[in-house]
Design a binder for this molecule. Structure first.
Ligand code: ZN
Length: 336
């Protein structure tokens, strides 16, 4: 029974064409030493620059999840093959040229279909569906990527954008996995793609690797703690105020840590937390700065998503409260 399932869920690229409509001169695809193909910047890119916008060439509604085992691979294979057969020959050829990793056991199955590992190693969750993006699939993995990506439901596109300045000729990397894990944990996840990660974080000397591992675990723990306390609240008692000061300080350290570790997928979430905790201690200047940073990133991802709407409200609330306080202070200075 278990043999019919593969750890499909874990293999889907998560943790970021057929009609790529980003300007094609932004990137080039060529061989990358030790990695097959890779995507390289053709021009200098600033943070926020859009690198690719791609609609999925194959999109399927996955069969139900089986806890601990992911999706039934055979069922996924049938759905993918069905769509694949309807595609033009050049699209089929593009898909079949993508990297795939499968075990010998898998290959020896009588119903083995090469399309299945290709889909497993290159597809992304896209809303409630799973999509294959052949151009984005050419981007290699790094645990310290220089881009991030998101799925825009309304546009039916996955969008890749720079998260730090990228020089001409520099390789573009995304992350295939959630990044707040130690290097050993990350490699375990990446084994399913059949490669050993040699990114800056994984290839660093032991000392740097240990401090990076420690920082990633701390970031994960800190996010969990701050999310638990993240309801906007006005401090009522002295002890509460002191606690809120500590939380605000922790949120600042969290932002420093994610920026230092360059785990851009978490920037928006951490800026939001810093905004909330600085609003809680009435540090409106800092709160509005973090709120705007988070809002900007969410806007880029999807202007209409609930997360963007929430950040818009929060930013407006912080600015309005700040303005009110400034006016009240000005009035009290006039009268006293
Ligand atoms: Zn790595």
């Amino acid at each position: 029974m278990l043999g019919t399932f593969v750890l499909f869920l874990l293999c889907i690229l998560d943790a970021a064409a057929f009609s790529v409509s980003g300007p094609p001169e932004v990137y080039t695809v060529r061989s990358s030493p030790g990695k097959g193909f890779g995507v390289f910047a053709a021009v200098a890119l600033e943070p926020g620059s859009i690198i690719m916008r791609e609609t999925p060439v194959i999109k399927i509604t996955p069969p139900p999840l089986h806890e601990g085992f992911g999706h039934a691979m055979r069922e996924v294979g049938v759905l993918v093959r069905e769509v694949f057969e309807t595609l033009p020959k050049d699209s089929q050829a593009e898909i079949m040229s993508l990297h795939a990793y499968s075990t010998t056991t898998e290959q020896e199955r009588p119903d083995y279909d090469e399309l299945v590992p290709i889909f497993r190693c290159n597809a992304y969750y896209s809303g409630n569906e799973i999509g294959l993006f052949p151009k984005i699939a050419r981007i290699n993995h790094s645990c310290r990527p220089n881009t991030s990506y998101f799925w825009n439901e309304q546009l039916n596109r996955r969008i890749v954008y720079a998260t730090r300045p990228i020089g001409v000729g520099e390789e573009i990397f995304v992350s295939y996995i959630p990044l707040l894990q130690t290097s050993t944990e990350r490699q375990k996840r990446l084994d399913q793609y059949g490669f050993k990660c040699t990114c800056a974080a994984c290839a660093a000397d032991t000392h740097s690797q240990k401090s990076s591992d420690r920082r990633r675990v701390e970031i994960r723990q800190s996010i969990n703690i701050l999310e638990e306390h993240s309801a906007i609240d006005v401090p009522g008692i002295v002890a509460g105020k002191r606690k809120l000061q500590i939380l605000a300080s922790e949120s600042r350290q969290l932002v420093d840590a994610v920026e230092e570790e360059e785990v851009a997928d978490y920037y928006s979430q951490c800026y939001r937390l810093a905004a909330i905790f600085h609003a809680n201690i009435q540090d409106w200047e800092a709160a509005s700065m973090w709120a705007r940073k988070s809002y900007h990133l969410k806007m880029m991802a999807d202007a209409t998503s609930p997360g963007t709407k929430e950040m818009e409200l929060l930013t407006t609330l912080i600015l309005a409260t700040w303005e009110k306080e400034v006016k009240e202070n000005a009035t009290s200075q006039v009268w006293h």
